[in-house]
Every structure is written in C-alpha cells, then in structure tokens.
Design a binder for this molecule. Structure first.
Ligand code: CTP
Ligand code: CA
Length: 228
C-alpha cells in the first residue's frame, strides 16, 4: 500500500530501547561503569515515539531527562537492565544502545572500603555480566522481530561489528568509531556504519537526533510483518 504522507510508520508497534551506562557497585560509594551520556539511545526512543510507537526506554544512570511520551524504566546494574528489558517484552523492535558494564564486582562491600595507609590496594574480584542483547536476540520464544545492536570500537570497526552481529544474533549492528579525537563519546554527533549479513551502509557524520530519525526509518523499512 502507498504510504500516506505524514503516516506514522511505527503506529501500533512496541519498541524497546536500552540506553546509558550501567553502574556496578564496588561499595556504597564506588562503582564500575562505561562512559555513556545516553544521548543516542534517548534520541532513538524520541524518534520511535514520534513515528507512533509505544516505547519502553530502559536506561541506566544518566544526566538527561527521559523523553515525553515514552515509558522510562530507570535501573542501575546490568542485571537489573536485563530483568527490566525482559519484563518489557514482547516488543516488535529492540534497540540495544546501552553501554553495559562488561564486568561487575563479585560482591558489593557492605561498608566503604578504606585505605589502610600502607599503599596496598584492594583486589577486586570481577564476574562477567549477562549480555542483554544476546540474551534477547537468542530467545526461542518472544524474540523481537527486529533486533538492533550497537558496537562502539576504537580499532578494526567493521571486523568487530561483523563478529558481534554473528555472535549476538542481532539483525543489524550500528557501528561507530569512538576513538579519542573523534569527539563522538559524549558529543552531539555520531558517524555510523550499519552492518548486516547483507553488507554495510555508511552514513555521514550527523547529529545524534538525525542518526536516530534515520535509524527509525531504517527499522520501519526492515521490520517484518507482525505474526497473525
Ligand atoms: N550489550 C548488552 N549487554 C552487555 C554487553 C553489550 O546488551 N552485557 C550490547 C550493547 O548494548 C551493544 C552491543 O551489545 O548493543 C555491543 O556492545 P559492546 O560493548 O560493543 O560489545 P561486547 O560484546 O561487550 O564487546 P567488547 O566490549 O569487548 O567490545
Ligand atoms: Ca562491552
């Protein structure tokens, strides 16, 4: 059917977005985290809502306000993010824009760890966090029809993105070079390459809001029909 001008392309769809960092507590005053402003994920949530989608935005600790008209679920740790993302299913589309901490301290110290004055440092035992994208993309039941991952890399961008596409079971990886000097991390712009099994699509450097709008249109173009 012809698309009416101004038609909202994701009307009736549910879009799940993860965004921001996770914080993995070491003790009551310290944590492990990735750098992430949450801006790109929040912009995707905004753009999906503008196309008429119902949006659930599961986000870690960020300094920006959640967009109007989306259901924001605030979490702290990777394990909480996984639980919140799974609780939000079913979804037609899932976009994993969060910068999830890969490891967490095995146990959070109950009290603040103190320097003892001798210069000795605490040994931090780490455990690997669950991969939220892989867990949801590999679901036998209730896999979203379109699974979008990100890959922020400083080296060998396309090789790493292609490996993540295959390993995690995503339908597309939005890859970006976050080397120091690009200004991407924390900045207002992004420069991405979409990596699918069909090939790569390089986009120019754009504002994160414009990347989000284009990505939402790309998703609408690639969304499978809902199952009857
Ligand atoms: N991701 C996730 N859960 C994790 C780690 C990553 O959902 N525990 C998602 C991210 O949101 C992103 C994609 O997986 O969409 C790639 O994240 P990235 O950190 O680049 O991949 P990793 O597999 O963690 O590899 P590495 O950090 O070693 O590059
Ligand atoms: Ca990682």
């Amino acid at each position: 059917a012809m698309l009416e001008p101004g038609a909202r392309r994701l009307a009736g769809r549910h879009v799940l977005v993860t965004a921001g960092p996770t914080h993995e507590p070491i003790d009551p005053v310290r944590y492990i985290a990735n750098r992430s402003s949450g801006r790109q994920g929040f912009a995707i949530a905004t753009a999906a809502a503008a196309e008429g989608a119902r949006v659930t935005l599961v986000h870690g600790p960020v300094a920006i306000a959640p967009p109007r008209g989306v259901k924001a679920v605030s979490v702290e740790t990777a394990r909480e993010m996984l639980a919140a993302a799974e609780a939000a299913l079913p979804a037609d589309i899932a976009v994993f824009a969060a910068a999830v901490a890969d490891w967490r301290p095995v146990a959070e110290a109950a009290g603040k760890i103190k320097k003892d004055g001798s210069g000795s440092v605490p040994a931090l035992a780490l455990a690997e966090n669950p991969d939220i994208l892989a867990a949801i993309a590999h679901r036998a039941e209730g896999r979203p029809g379109l699974v979008v991952g990100f890959a922020a890399e400083t080296d060998d961008l396309l090789a790493h993105a292609g490996a993540k596409l295959a390993r995690k079971g995503a339908d597309v990886i939005v890859a970006n070079d976050v080397s120091p000097g690009t200004g991407i991390m924390g900045g207002a712009e992004n420069e991405v390459v979409l990596v699918t099994t069909g090939g790569t699509e390089r986009w120019p450097r754009l504002g994160k809001d414009e990347v989000a709008r284009r990505l939402v249109h790309w998703m609408a173009d690639h969304l499978p029909e809902p199952r009857p």
